[in-house]
Design a protein around this ligand. Structure first.
Ligand code: AMP
Length: 430
């Protein structure tokens, strides 16, 4: 399959070729012809599949086919859950449309609205936005949504997870009823299906790849370790593997900060990225990580959503996510575009149930090993009597998790056949 057979204009083909894309990804071959025909689309695709070009290329082509004289009006609206994803999608839209007579802008919260308002005032065709800022500017009468012809909901599942359903419904009431709708989601819960049913008209459904095939391509590994030893083990892995670009996931913002500080103290350059950081700090951390100025980016799930870091060699789950689907999102950041990657999870006794949920979801048993010198003690690291109340308040979260989820706390743990390995994994590191 080649981009030339998809019905895209020369201007778009030139931009794609300059971007270095040689062949369309599966979601692109499937979605582009559907969107070009003006049909509604329901797409199952996560970050890393090339979904952005899948909707942006045909959308730009349709918009440029209908040029208007006079002042530009916002005709396409792309909604994303996070600022980072909005910024990334905007960059892609700008790049793909570089030889078209179209203008675009991006708006999101956490930064001064004036430059965004000025961009809108100057006249744009495509707007990339997070829901909150969009509603905000619209209610200040600084943004008209009455000419929208195409609506894209990108990472719709994450938008619902983040509590944006009300905002989405409000936005739907502000835009014309007659329009093309494109909905992208990595997972399909009951809520997403309800949203899709209310939104889409005779949609064509496309899937990026059957679920799991992406996951199978990634080299996955579990290290069983005690909670208190995780940061030393992580530093050792990074150091001895000489890893230069590592994305590490923690479950909490506080945990991300603490871990990043510990790494820096131990001489490993690092920054944390999460929802409590200012937009400036998040952008800087990501830029420093991409440029190689810092080796480790410690992120929470929500902050990491939408980060575009191509060909990431190492993803570490410092803590397993309590939602199994998040594991798939996390490790989807490695092994992109055919390149191999490695996803390592540091799993303590409190997390064995999460691990079992994840393995059920992906249908794979992840190989489990123990690093010499880091043998777990096989005792729950949260004292059971605390029960999440009256104990150390800093531990309340994980204590609650382990009590409600880990029914075998206190009993002999499952070892999941963990193999003991002396530490020599440099052959695996890339
Ligand atoms: P996305 O899933 O849209 O976030 O894209 C993931 C990454 O793949 C981005 O870095 C894109 O620039 C890149 N990409 C998208 N389409 C292609 C393609 N056809 N060939 C190679 N890389 C691509």
């Amino acid at each position: 399959m080649s981009f030339n057979n998809l019905g895209l204009s020369d201007a778009l083909l030139k931009a794609i070729s300059e971007k270095g894309y040689k062949t369309p990804s599966p979601i692109q071959s499937k979605a582009i012809p559907v969107v070009l025909q003006g049909k509604d689309l329901l797409a199952s695709a996560q970050t890393g599949t090339g979904k952005t070009a899948g909707f942006a290329l045909p959308m730009l082509q349709n918009l440029s086919a209908k040029q208007y004289t006079g002042r530009r009006k916002v005709r396409a609206l792309i909604l994303t859950p996070t600022r980072e994803l909005a910024a990334q999608v905007f960059e892609d839209v700008k790049y793909y449309g570089r030889y078209l007579n179209l203008k675009s802008a991006v708006i999101f919260g956490g930064v001064n609205q004036n430059p965004q308002v000025n961009a809108i005032r100057s006249g744009i065709d495509v707007l990339v936005a997070t829901p909150g800022r969009l509603i905000d500017l619209n209610s200040q009468n600084l943004l008209s949504l009455s000419n929208i012809e195409v609506l894209v909901l990108d990472e719709a599942d994450r938008m619902l997870d983040m509590g944006f359903l009300r905002d989405i419904k409000r936005i739907l009431s502000l835009i014309p009823a007659k329009r093309q709708n494109l909905l992208f989601s990595a997972t399909f819960s009951k809520e997403i299906r309800e949203l899709a049913n209310g939104l889409l008209h005779n949609p064509v459904s496309v899937e990026a790849t059957p679920e799991n095939t992406t996951v199978e391509k990634i080299d996955q590994l579990v290290y069983r370790v005690d909670k208190g030893d995780k940061n030393t083990l992580l530093a050792k892995l990074i150091d001895e593997g000489n890893w230069q670009q590592v994305l590490v996931f923690t479950r909490t913002k506080h945990g991300a900060n603490k871990l990043s500080e510990k790494l820096v103290k131990g001489g490993i350059t690092s920054a944390a990225i999460h929802g409590n950081k200012s937009q400036g700090a998040r952008t800087k951390a990501l830029a420093d990580f991409k440029s190689g100025k810092i080796r480790v980016l410690v992120a929470t799930d929500i902050a990491a959503r939408g980060l575009d870091i191509p060909l990431l060699p190492h993803v570490i789950n410092y803590e397993l996510p309590n939602i199994a689907e998040d594991y798939v999102h996390r490790i989807g950041r490695t092994g992109r575009a055919g390149a191999e990657g490695q996803a390592i999870s540091l799993v303590c006794i409190d997390e064995v149930d999460y691990l079992s949920d994840i393995q059920k979801l992906i249908g794979i048993r992840i190989p489990s090993e123990i690093v010499e010198g880091f043998e777990p003690n096989n005792i729950p690291s949260e004292p059971k009597k605390n029960k999440g109340r009256g104990g150390n308040p800093r531990n309340n979260n994980s204590s609650r998790n382990s009590n409600s989820r880990n029914s075998n706390s206190g009993k002999r743990p499952r070892t999941d056949g963990a193999k003991k390995k002396s530490f020599n994994r440099s052959s695996r590191s890339r």
